[in-house]
Design a protein around this ligand. Sequence first.
Ligand SMILES: Nc1ncnc2c1ncn2[C@@H]1O[C@H](COP(=O)(O)OP(=O)(O)OP(=O)(O)O)[C@@H](O)[C@H]1O
Ligand SMILES: [Mg+2]
Length: 538
Amino acid sequence: MVATTHTVSLQGAIGHVVDVQVDLSDGLVGTSLVGRPDTSITEARDRCRAAVKNSLYTWPNTRRTTILLSPADLPKRGPHFDLAIAVAVLAAADKEFPHGSLKNTVMIGELTLDGRIRCVPGVLPMTMAAAARGFETVYVPEPQMGEAAMVPGMSVFGIRSLAQVVSLLKGVEVPEAPEVEALSGAPLLSWRGEERLEDLDMADVLGMADTRYAVEVAVAGGHHLMLTGPKGSGKTTLAERLPGLLPDLSDDESLELTAVYSLCGALPDGASRLTRPPFRAPHHSASRTGILGGGSGRVRPGEVSKAHLGVLFLDEFPLFPTDVVEALREPLEAGEISISRGEEDATYPARAMFVFACNPCRCGEYHPYSRDHHCVCSELKRREYRRKISGPIADRVDITRFVEPVSQQRSADTLPFDRPEPSAAIRLRVAEARARQRDRYAEMPWRLNVHAPGPLLREQWPLTDAAAVRLDTEVYAGRLTRRGAVRVHRVAWSVADLAGVQRPGLDELDVALRLRSATPLLLSSLPVHEAEATVRPA
Ligand SMILES: Nc1ncnc2c1ncn2[C@@H]1O[C@H](COP(=O)(O)OP(=O)(O)OP(=O)(O)O)[C@@H](O)[C@H]1O
Ligand SMILES: [Mg+2]
């Protein structure tokens, strides 16, 4: 007597369908569980036995019960195997069980001792994995039905107890059961914070035309941004206004991001898809696991992954611990982060736009272009402070800006570029620039300039000849690394996309080079937008 059910095992954000096969035979009485289960699954044996008994079914106590999880070489973890194991045991023991109902069906859920179902994190990515393997039906804890239903073409059953599942499978009347508690929504506190940020508008930022334009380019192409400047110069002010500049997520992006939040167990009850790009701003004292992901027990995504398709803002960057800073190289370059712990390797997506803010020195007074600053730090101290920003991280940052404090006189300036502009107007231009990128990369697995691989970029989307020669010159002169050249090439595309230019030439390249090297932009290279041009004084 053999019965097979199916569930999903997650390795990072990737799901694998696991077959749970139960065999009942004569011989030495007992229950064995084979196929690389971790401790939480080994415990499933006891939970399942109690749940089966308390649901008024009989556990095959007088038989030899073998439970096999396959493929055998895949490490399996998590308590959500319970449901598939309990149903497989009952199906094997019951001569009348309709085995056909188990075909093409995936079961996800933890069991309590009295046979009720508990919610588990990761229902959405698990359902996505099952759908990709051609499964059509999924049983999930009732509060998580909404998550599973986001996957097109899946028929979803929300259940409260083991007895309900068995009745549904057998096609008999479904018994009542008490409601299932949703996963705790504590991590959602930060989402409320995000709503606060949505109301902040760029129109409140005075002056800094140069920096505002740099921010616009960064958002348009998803480029990493570093803002340095003395205290109170408006770095945090500017960064907090980024959410208002980001357009809504597309359908596939929204599913991707929601899957990450499902993994964290951070989707609210009856959740719908997340449609806004996230903005995450972890504090420098946050734990390494909190920022990068990992953890003892269950491995889970960190802030870098929660910022996927949005913005990760690291304020006061030099204060972050060195090991965290070093580990950021991978997500900065590859858009993902791998975590290995013991036997388990997990890779989570982390395609965020990184925004770093820092003071030029510890006291925050130093000014690189002016002699009459009041900095009290020694040159050595300043270097020490800046060491974390320099090197490999700086090489991966596309746009660096020195934010100057806006003096009263300057903010009353009538230069058209210095007029504050509302976020909505900027967002519109960003959306257009992003639409151009989406068209250009329609056949490709990425959407933004920042993710276009260097060799392909040179081959299929090159700069004009003159600009390409100029870029090579920069590299040969030692002013740019090869990686730097690729990143400048991408920024040049974003500048062109914002301006509606077909192919980046010398002008766009010049802007991109200046943006990278923290050199002030020429006012003549800043675009004048129509609304502003009309207010230009005579
Ligand atoms: N350009 C500006 N336009 C409007 N307000 C500004 C501007 N620059 C600074 N401010 C105001 O000054 C205050 C301090 O700015 P903010 O916190 O952004 O500085 P910061 O550069 O992050 O400083 P720190 O290095 O100390 O963190 C904010 O309340 C902000 O409203
Ligand atoms: Mg600040």
